[in-house]
Design a protein around this ligand. Structure first.
Ligand code: 6PG
Length: 465
C-alpha cells in the first residue's frame, strides 16, 4: 500500500518546531518531522506521535512529501540553517519551497534565496512571533518570498496563524527574500523598546516605595485602557511572581542584568545603515548592554536627590500610550525606509494588522494604528493625524513629568527619555540643526541650504581669511 504523502516537513523539533508541527496537524495538515540531532528526534517522537509522523533524519522526510515539497526549518538561526540546507539542497526539485521560521538576519535570508535558486527551489524567510504558546495556538507570521513560493504555502500558514478580533489571519507578505525577516527584526526592536518602557515603570514604582506586588497591581489597573497589551500583562505577571525557594518577589532574586540574542542590535544596525532614527529602540538596546557594565561604587555626585512625587503612578499610566506609540512608529519608519530602499511593496498598515494578535507586541492600540496608517502611511506624519494627536493630547504632560521626576530622582529612564526626545524632535519647529549646518560649514565648508532661496551656500567665515 502506498503511504499518503505529507503536506509539510518540519525540521527542527525544539519547542517552537514541535508546537508548530502540532498546530499544522490540528488544522488538518499531514506533517512529517525530524531534527538534525538523534536525541531530539527520540524525545520528539514520544511527544508528537501519532499527530505527527517523526522520521530519523531530515533527509528521510523528503520521500514522504507531496509535490511541490514544503519544508519548514526551525533549527537555531545562523550556521545550523546553512548546514541543513547543504544536506537538503541536492534532494530538492524545482518548485519545492523551503521556509526558514527562525530569527534569521535578513541578509542571510537573501543569500539563501540565491543558494536554493541554483536548484530551482524557493526559499521563504518567515518571521514567527509569539513564543512557544503562539507557535502552538496561533503565532503572527511575517513572510518574504517570491509570489510563486508564497502561493504554495499561504493557505497552510494562514490556517495556523493567530486571528485578529475581526477574524483576519495574522499572516502578512512584505516583499521578496529577506523582507519578512526584516519586518520580524523591526518587530523585535519595538519589543525591546516596549520591554524597556515597562521595566522603567517597574523600576520607578519600586523607587517610589511600591513592593513588586503593589507595582503589579498599579500596572494591572491599566489593563482595560489604551495601553492594553501582551507585554503589559506579562509585566504584571513578572512583577507579581514569587520565588518558590525563598518566598521573595521573583524580580528581587533575578540578577539585574539583561540578556539579548541579536535582533535588537540588528534593528539598531539596520537603522544606522538606512539613516533612520530609532532612539527608543537604540536606548533599550543600550540599556540592556549597560545593565551588565555598571559601576555602582561611583555613586551619584548629588546625594540629596529629589523624591519621586505621589502622582507618579498615575502619570506613568497616562504617559504609557505615547511611549508605546513612539516605539511602534520608530520600528515602522525603519520598515518603510527599508521597503523604499529595496523596492519592496511593504504596506505599513498591513504590517500593523499582522501584529494585532499572536505576537509579543500585540496591543489594543494596533487596530486604530493600522486604520490611521491606511490613511497616512508615513509613520512620522502619523503624529499629525487625529489618532496621533489624541494620544499625545492625553499623554504629553504626564510624559514630561515622568522624565523630569526620574531625572531629578536619579532613576535611569533611557526609554522614556528617548521617547520624549523622539516625539519632541519630530514635532519641533526648531531643533538646532541650523547651528550644526553652520558649524559644519565653518570647519569643513560643507555648505548649507537657506530658508529664503534655493541652492547650496557657503558663509565667508573669519577663519578662512
Ligand atoms: C517573538 C520574540 C522571540 C524572542 C526574541 C527576543 O517575537 O516571539 O521576539 O523571537 O523572544 O528572540 O530575544 P532576545 O530578547 O533574547 O534578543
Amino acid at each position: 500500500m502506498t503511504e499518503v504523502p505529507c503536506d509539510l516537513a518540519v525540521l527542527g523539533l525544539g519547542v517552537m518546531g514541535r508546537n508548530l508541527a502540532l498546530n499544522f496537524a490540528d488544522h488538518g495538515h499531514r506533517v512529517v518531522a525530524s531534527d538534525p540531532f538523534a536525541a531530539v528526534v527520540a524525545s520528539a517522537r514520544a511527544a508528537l506521535t501519532p499527530a505527527v509522523e517523526v522520521v530519523e533524519t531530515p533527509e528521510a522526510t523528503i520521500p514522504r512529501l507531496g509535490r511541490p515539497r514544503r519544508l519548514l526549518i526551525m533549527v537555531k538561526a545562523g550556521d545550523p540553517i546553512d548546514a541543513l540546507l547543504d544536506r537538503l539542497a541536492p534532494l530538492l526539485a524545482p518548485g519545492d519551497v523551503v521556509i526558514d521560521g527562525g530569527n534569521s538576519h535578513p541578509s542571510d535570508t537573501e543569500r539563501r534565496v540565491t543558494k536554493l535558486a541554483a536548484v530551482g527551489a524557493h526559499f521563504v524567510g518567515l518571521g514567527i512571533s509569539g513564543g512557544g504558546s503562539g507557535a502552538r495556538h496561533g503565532p503572527a507570521l511575517m513572510a518574504g518570498g517570491a509570489p510563486g513560493a508564497i502561493a504554495a504555502v499561504r493557505p497552510m500558514l494562514e490556517a495556523i496563524a493567530a486571528r485578529a478580533a475581526d477574524g483576519a489571519p495574522c499572516f502578512g507578505v512584505f516583499g521578496p527574500g529577506g523582507a519578512g525577516h526584516f519586518v520580524k527584526t523591526a518587530h523585535n526592536g519595538i519589543e525591546y523598546a516596549l520591554m524597556q518602557v515597562f521595566a522603567e515603570i517597574g523600576l520607578l514604582l519600586g523607587a517610589s516605595g511600591d513592593t513588586p506586588a503593589a507595582a503589579a497591581a498599579v500596572v494591572d489597573g491599566w489593563r482595560a485602557g489604551p495601553a492594553a497589551s501582551f507585554l503589559l500583562d506579562a509585566t504584571v505577571t513578572a512583577l507579581a511572581a514569587v520565588d518558590a525557594d525563598t518566598g521573595r518577589p521573583l524580580i528581587e532574586v533575578i540578577r539585574d542584568r539583561a540578556g539579548h540574542k541579536g535582533t535588537g542590535r540588528w534593528t539598531v544596525d539596520a537603522a544606522d545603515e538606512l539613516g533612520v532614527a530609532v532612539p527608543a529602540i537604540a536606548a533599550a538596546f543600550g540599556a540592556r548592554v549597560l545593565s551588565g557594565r555598571r559601576v555602582p561604587d561611583a555613586g551619584p555626585a548629588i546625594t540629596a536627590l529629589a523624591p519621586l512625587p505621589a502622582s507618579l503612578a498615575a502619570d506613568l499610566g497616562t504617559a504609557l500610550p505615547a511611549a508605546m506609540l513612539s516605539a511602534h512608529l520608530q520600528g515602522l519608519a525603519l520598515i518603510r525606509e527599508a521597503a523604499e530602499r529595496h523596492g519592496w511593496a511593504t504596506d505599513t498598515a498591513e504590517v500593523v494588522r499582522t501584529w494585532r494578535a499572536g505576537c509579543i507586541i500585540r496591543a489594543a492600540m494596533l487596530d486604530p494604528l493600522a486604520a490611521a496608517l491606511a490613511a497616512e502611511p508615513d509613520p512620522n506624519r502619523l503624529l499629525a493625524t487625529p489618532f496621533g494627536r489624541a494620544i499625545l493630547a492625553d499623554a504629553e504632560a504626564p510624559l514630561r513629568r515622568v522624565v523630569a521626576a526620574a531625572a531629578l530622582a536619579g532613576v535611569p529612564v533611557p526609554a522614556f527619555s528617548a521617547v520624549l526626545a523622539h516625539l519632541d524632535g519630530l514635532r519641533a519647529t526648531n531643533v538646532g540643526a541650523s547651528i550644526i549646518q553652520a558649524t559644519r560649514d565653518l570647519f569643513g565648508a560643507h555648505g548649507f541650504e537657506r530658508t529664503d532661496r534655493p541652492g547650496d551656500f557657503h558663509h565667508p567665515w573669519p577663519t578662512e581669511s
